[in-house]
Design a protein around this ligand. Sequence first.
Ligand SMILES: [Zn+2]
Length: 76
Amino acid sequence: MRKFGGNNMELLDGCHEGKHTPRLTEVLCPKCGRPVEVFVMMEGPPGVTGTLKADEKCACGFVLPAGSPEESYEKY
Ligand SMILES: [Zn+2]
């Protein structure tokens, strides 16, 4: 008898290359520590991290303002 299962392959998302494509990532809210989904624009010279594309409001009410650097938040 053949058994199925135990083979949870993770599907890799197709990479959307492009500097003007916002990247969805999760950072930790600096106020309450909850993960918040943010869109990050990768612009500027290489080595510079992206900035938030739009205001993102955490469940606690804290607003991560648009234009703030991604690196100013902890990665989820
Ligand atoms: Zn919060």
